[in-house]
Design a protein around this ligand. Sequence first.
Ligand SMILES: *[C@@H]1O[C@H](CO)[C@@H](O)[C@H](O)[C@H]1NC(C)=O
Ligand SMILES: *[C@@H]1O[C@H](CO)[C@@H](O)[C@H](O)[C@H]1NC(C)=O
Ligand SMILES: *[C@@H]1O[C@H](CO)[C@@H](O)[C@H](O)[C@H]1NC(C)=O
Ligand SMILES: *[C@@H]1O[C@H](CO)[C@@H](O)[C@H](O)[C@H]1NC(C)=O
Ligand SMILES: *[C@@H]1O[C@H](CO)[C@@H](O)[C@H](O)[C@H]1NC(C)=O
Ligand SMILES: *[C@@H]1O[C@H](CO)[C@@H](O)[C@H](O)[C@H]1NC(C)=O
Ligand SMILES: *[C@@H]1O[C@H](CO)[C@@H](O)[C@H](O)[C@H]1NC(C)=O
Ligand SMILES: *[C@@H]1O[C@H](CO)[C@@H](O)[C@H](O)[C@H]1NC(C)=O
Ligand SMILES: *[C@@H]1O[C@H](CO)[C@@H](O)[C@H](O)[C@H]1NC(C)=O
Length: 818
Amino acid sequence: MKGAAIFLLLLPLVHIHKTHAVELDTISDSQFLTDGDTLVSRTGFFELGVFRPGSSDNRYVGIWYKKIPGTVVWVANRDHPITGASPIVLKIDDQGSLILSNNISTIWSSNLTTPSPKATAKLEDTGNLVVMDQRERIIWQSFDYPTDTLLPGMKLGKDYLRSKEWHLSAWKNNQNPSPGDFTWGADTLGYPENKLKQGPQVTFRGGPWSNQRFSGISAFNSSLTFTYKVVINASEMSFSYNLDDSSILSRTTLNSSGLLESSVWVENGTKWQLALSLPRDICDRYNICSAYASCSINMIQQSCACLDEKRFVPRDQKSWERADWSGGCVRRTPLDCKNGSEGFIKYSNIRLPDTEKTWFNMSMSLEECEAKCLKNCSCMAYANPDTSLQGRGCLLWFDDLFDIRGYSVGNGGQDIFVRMASSELVAESNMKKKGGANIKIILPVAIIGVLLMGLFSTWLLYARRKRNHAKGGKSLHENNEEDIQLPLFSFSTIANATASFSEKNVLGEGGFGPVYKGVLEEGIEIAVKRLSKTSSQGVNEFKNEVICISKLQHRNLVKLLGCCIEGDERLLIYEYMPNKGLDSFIFDVNESMTLDWTQRFNIIKGIARGLLYLHHDSRLRIIHRDLKVSNILLDQDMNPKISDFGIARSFGGNEPQANTHRVVGTYGYMAPEYALDGVFSTKSDVFSFGVLVLEIVSGKKNRGFIHPENDHNLVGHAWNVYNEGRSMELLDESIAESCSPPEVLRSIQVGLLCVQQNAGDRPNMSSVIMMLGGESVLPNPKQPAFFMEKDFLVADFSSSTYPAGSVDDVTITEVDAR
Ligand SMILES: *[C@@H]1O[C@H](CO)[C@@H](O)[C@H](O)[C@H]1NC(C)=O
Ligand SMILES: *[C@@H]1O[C@H](CO)[C@@H](O)[C@H](O)[C@H]1NC(C)=O
Ligand SMILES: *[C@@H]1O[C@H](CO)[C@@H](O)[C@H](O)[C@H]1NC(C)=O
Ligand SMILES: *[C@@H]1O[C@H](CO)[C@@H](O)[C@H](O)[C@H]1NC(C)=O
Ligand SMILES: *[C@@H]1O[C@H](CO)[C@@H](O)[C@H](O)[C@H]1NC(C)=O
Ligand SMILES: *[C@@H]1O[C@H](CO)[C@@H](O)[C@H](O)[C@H]1NC(C)=O
Ligand SMILES: *[C@@H]1O[C@H](CO)[C@@H](O)[C@H](O)[C@H]1NC(C)=O
Ligand SMILES: *[C@@H]1O[C@H](CO)[C@@H](O)[C@H](O)[C@H]1NC(C)=O
Ligand SMILES: *[C@@H]1O[C@H](CO)[C@@H](O)[C@H](O)[C@H]1NC(C)=O
């Protein structure tokens, strides 16, 4: 401090004085900072001062975490080290520029072009060093000059107003903060995306910017809530991130060997906890598989595969077989745009190709996007780049598609629609997943596809019927000779398939009896529901009901394959769902991570569509009466399918709608008018749907949910936080990172509208679907039913004959309602 004291005499400046109690975060035009002095941000997160990197003798002015010594996040004079021993001076000159000098000359300056007298510099709690003019407008900030560290709130991209770029550049090495080989920044030629470069060479590509994830990558290894922000307008193109909890320190650094790491400092910990590290593996190496091919890694090695092994072939088969992937793949049938009959094939769960040669318009819909692409013969593909925009946004590719990577479901992959010759658009019913890409056919070809599938399934039923005849089985025919036939299985066939209804084949307990897994002789997997023997319904009435149910076909309903009626045995045979029930995902600590927000929102919408079909669109009006999470099954693409529909009706409960003396349902899902008075209607299903939505969003069961501070069940808790404007607190924290807050809030509000006390206030399913999909303002829900589950239980079910203690998620088939 001796040097500083001398300075004080020579310069007309006031050396900043720190008392032990107060640490300064500001220097004004009459103050300066020298070796050993520091500025400390208000709550002590960051500190600015002079440091020496590693064992170097050179000095630099930098910013670091006060509590974590040695973690430099920004360097002022990275290109201009202070050598020698003379003391330094950091001050703000009368033009408003920050000036770093030794006692001889200026070493570094913030070079302000518009002079601004009486400015002050302040170190903010974000780690940003800002210079403000007299009117407190920011005239310079360190966040505009990133070094190797991206902090929350810092931007990557382009600033059009000042024609400059925001990007990270690594240090040369641990001793030298001057820019090294590697940079991480936005390629803004087409739709913006971040690229890692070594010199001019791209080594890794993050994928198109999205408000949903870190530059196209979702694998944030943390339960913390990160939010991402993409700005694309006339003044800037930028990407930034923030942590919802600003008291948690986080950073993204690019080290001198080109590794990009995001990490968080856990207060109690002693080191940074890694959240994301890129590139991850060899498949992340830029364009390793070249055009129209996707990279995968098995146990031993990396390999490339054409995007779709039916429609694409390697450009050079011989080299491809030698694992020389540089030629990439080409379309088997070349495009012939003049013909005018081309279309698109959808590939799912991929990292979208390089966007350098693209065009985009973020206000177009996907339909407009398709039409626009179809019109221009050089347009090779289109996609919705930012999945958080609810289907808005159009991105067109005008080049071959490079650097595609397949992701597993839920890991940040997106859909792309690739242009194909008309002859390639025909559906192939046994097309399987290839190279991580999931193939679906789009209109107008879909219509042909549906027709073909229809023929195929009719044939399947016919074939199975013949087989059953051969085995002595027979088919059910409907009275009016309509061509609807439902295979009738013999009891022995099903007993064989389920190893005589063995305990170990039990999949679960549904509303009307246990469900078993079975495998028919042909190898077809089935789920068998064995109805408990309490129905008084006659054989013919039961048959007719089952035929009616078999006509209910919708992609969000589990498909009934057949039935079996022998003696007093009644079995229903369904398609088998490999992914089991939704409950095994959302209520499971480990599995809940695998269902991200987009999937959950799709599931909510799918259930709504299935229910709408039951309530309004099917020929029969079906009230499910036992809608709950465990009755929602998931197919291999995580599409929801409602099960157990129509059984209440076929199994002796087919009173029109008004009133029943038998209540079928599950605690926690039953509408009050139904549970208390036995009155059921579509609105009691709507109630159960509302509970379902809240459970899917929160990952918690309505029944059994206990809030630490009160007696509310989940519905009551949701109502409370909604009224306090804290609805986001309801969200399952394991999916916080993938979520789209507007969709979450909309879902919660729709859920609350569905569980309103008064059935007449609840929306019908067509309104629900419109509300979920739209952007209109939703009505405010009124108080829900069962605000306190405890009261309800004591008041209404204390006399229930159902054994207490085991009622958790079991359907109660007979409860005296009166
Ligand atoms: C500059 O530094 C030199 C050597 O450290 C010292 O002799 C000289 O007095 C200093 N000049 C000023 C103006 O501080
Ligand atoms: C400021 O301008 C000078 C001269 O134009 C230049 O040498 C120096 O590198 C600039 N400093 C910064 C930090 O841009
Ligand atoms: C662009 O967006 C930024 C951030 O939202 C905003 O501050 C700026 O005013 C916008 N510029 C234009 C031209 O809309
Ligand atoms: C960069 O980070 C990786 C992973 O932490 C490490 O293995 C590598 O040594 C680092 N490189 C340097 C130069 O520190
Ligand atoms: C820090 O860790 C200690 C011991 O593991 C624990 O008692 C304390 O509650 C923790 N503090 C915080 C803030 O997590
Ligand atoms: C994720 O976190 C776990 C535990 O904190 C750690 O073992 C693992 O290496 C991390 N994975 C990545 C990719 O950072
Ligand atoms: C973007 O799309 C919207 C909606 O189709 C349209 O109104 C607008 O003119 C388009 N902008 C450009 C630049 O093409
Ligand atoms: C097709 O798009 C390209 C790239 O945007 C453009 O250069 C070309 O003029 C377009 N062709 C037609 C016929 O619109
Ligand atoms: C256009 O496509 C159709 C359908 O694949 C094909 O039958 C027809 O020959 C094609 N016409 C020309 C001129 O290529």
